[in-house]
Write a protein of this length. Structure first.
Length: 139
């Protein structure tokens, strides 16, 4: 990978890397991925969308363990895919990393981390995006 290739890609799809959401100025609902118009407020057209940088922290709502990889994930199985509810409210689906499959728990606190998502051997393009890893919780 050459320096410079990744920053160009970052500018093209910034929300994949910075976890930028939109917040409705009227009802304060948070959307990730960002939406142009708040579906609840658009009739009144009062809802002005504001950009919101998500903290990237949340908890696991539910998860599934993937044993059969897509071609891009060969070598990574088994791996957990979770539906994560961010602290700001939006839900998203992401892979859990830095965690043994059997240690993934519903309600587990997680934090976003940027990792290689897939590598296309033919084109040689490497795509980066968000994954989530457990937050160490002192008990
Ligand atoms: Zn709204």
């Amino acid at each position: 990978m050459t320096e410079g290739a990744v920053p160009r890609f970052w500018r093209e799809i910034p929300q994949r890397y910075n976890l930028i959401a939109n917040k409705c100025g009227n009802c304060s609902k948070v959307y990730f991925p960002p939406r142009e118009v708040c579906p609840y407020c658009r009739r009144e057209s009062m809802g002005k969308m504001e950009e919101l940088n998500l903290r990237g922290t949340g908890k696991v709502l539910t998860y599934t363990i993937i044993y059969t990889p897509s071609e891009h994930f060969i070598g990574q199985v088994p791996y957990p895919i979770a539906i994560i509810q961010l602290d700001e409210g939006p839900k998203l689906t992401a892979q859990i990393v830095d965690c043994e499959v059997e240690d993934v728990k519903i309600g587990m606190k997680v934090k976003s981390t940027f990792r290689k998502i897939s590598e296309d051997g033919y084109i040689g393009a490497i795509h980066y995006g968000y994954k989530f890893k457990p937050i160490e919780v002192k008990s």
